[in-house]
Write a protein of this length. Structure first.
Length: 432
């Protein structure tokens, strides 16, 4: 008995997009399904991804592509929970530890937060890598365990299971090695297929713009945000996006344990003002999306309820919230070269330096150093004195320090005293 004939031929589908024609719904359904089954070969999907990268997709094709990716796997269902659900997704940046204080804050306000997160690749950090610097904490949870934690604690940050949008899992790894990551239709469908399959009731997208982000230009970030909001809304998920500044790192730390320490400072009522502002802004959006108005997230931060949820959330996943965080074997201080005003501290330069110190990975299977990273002593706009510490580099492998210093070259600009740098606001625009 032979297997059923395939509905299409991969070469035909590739040629359609190569010749700038629209893919039909049936072609999209088939190619995603056949790729997931291994019938469409990696090199064929690579050719199709490049044709999409070069020739784009229209709104109908994007919607169908996302839907086919969702249907490639399972969908979670939180409708049995007693609370509404809301999730946040960031397109990735340097020093972006916002999920860590945000999930417990929103949970403390009565909304369940199912935060399925990823690991870092390249210069942007991953939430799971950060949390794994807490002794004992584990990222993998089964669906039943996750549901129980959502019911009991209200917040879960864990790894997405292999069954969620498996087509994206394969395609994202392929795009990573074929120069087809930075393509708006492919990014939008990749992110939204996972978020819609995850089953959240509402979603806030934090679309980063600037040197440390995927998208450097405001117009591109706006287009990505609009595309994702449309996909979410059409799928019945209340979705809004904020375009936020990633020209300089968020907060004063980039690196796994360093960022956990800063997140805990925020939960304790302190922390850098930009991290607090963005966390509370995103929390308000999540609460509004979940229909939970009339609660101020600043209150649960101030009275310690958010910290209580954090401690329970870490404990529920085997972590010890009181255990000391790992510290690096070596540190290296970068001094301010002159008196003046720090006008630029480039996010990409800091992200690359943290990565080279060991905080990030070059390949998916690489380990990360929990304690590696960069600590900033000043943010752009500050007046500095020559010879004062500007940055501290942390690593367990000091031979990495020269390459990290190279990454920082040109990324730090000090202008004469009295200069007024043009500082962008944290939240640039809201897309709904
Ligand atoms: N994050 C994703 O999940 N997918 C992309 O394509 C880009 C960022």
């Amino acid at each position: 008995m032979g297997s059923a004939p395939e509905a299409f031929d991969a070469v035909e589908v590739i040629a359609t997009k190569r010749d700038r024609r629209e893919l039909s719904d049936a072609q999209i359904d088939w190619v995603i399904d056949a790729y997931t089954r291994g019938v469409v070969a990696e090199e064929q999907m690579a050719a199709l991804a490049m044709a999409i990268y070069l020739n784009g997709m229209g709104a109908r094709e994007i919607a169908r592509w996302a839907d086919a990716m969702i249907r490639s796997g399972e969908r979670l269902d939180f409708s049995g929970l007693r609370r509404p659900t809301s999730d946040k997704h960031s397109t990735g940046g340097v020093g972006d530890k916002i999920t860590l204080p945000l999930a417990p804050i929103v949970a403390a306000c009565g909304v369940a937060v199912p935060q399925l997160s990823g690991r870092g690749l390249g210069h942007t950090g991953g939430t799971l890598d950060k949390l794994e610097s807490i002794p004992g904490w584990r990222a993998s949870l089964g669906t039943t365990e996750m549901m129980r934690q959502l019911e009991d604690v209200g917040a879960v940050i864990c790894a997405a299971g292999a069954g969620l949008a498996p087509a994206d899992r394969k395609l994202y790894a392929l795009r990573d090695v074929t120069g087809t990551v930075s393509c708006i239709p492919l990014i939008a469908t990749s992110i939204m297929s996972k978020k819609i399959a995850e089953g959240t009731g509402s979603l806030v997208l934090d679309v980063k713009v600037g040197s440390g982000a995927f998208l450097k230009e405001l117009a591109d970030a706006r287009e990505l945000a609009g595309t994702m909001v449309r996909l979410g809304t059409d799928a019945g998920v209340r979705t809004v996006a904020l375009l936020t500044n990633m020209q300089t790192p968020l907060g004063l730390t980039a690196g796994n344990a360093l960022e956990v320490r800063e997140a805990v400072e925020v939960l304790a009522g302190g922390g850098p003002p930009d991290v607090v502002e963005l966390t509370l802004t995103l929390a308000r959006e999540m609460l509004e999306g979940a229909g939970r108005t009339g609660v101020d997230p600043a209150d649960v931060l101030a009275d310690g309820r958010a910290m209580d949820v954090w401690r329970r959330m870490i404990r529920a996943q085997g972590g010890d919230p009181d255990a000391p965080l790992p510290t690096a074997k070596e540190t290296h201080t970068v001094l301010a070269p002159a008196d003046g005003v720090l006008v630029e501290l480039d996010a990409l330069a800091v992200g690359l330096a943290a990565w080279r110190l060991g905080a990030g990975r070059a390949r998916k299977e690489d380990p990360v150093q929990a304690a590696a990273g960069v600590e900033l002593h000043y943010k752009p706009g500050a007046t500095v004195r020559g010879g004062e510490p500007l940055l501290t580099l942390h690593t367990d492998t000091p031979e990495r320090i020269p390459r990290a210093l190279e990454a920082l070259e040109g990324g730090v600009t000090i202008a004469p005293e009295g200069s007024r740098p043009a500082l962008s606001p944290i939240v640039i625009e809201r897309v709904a």
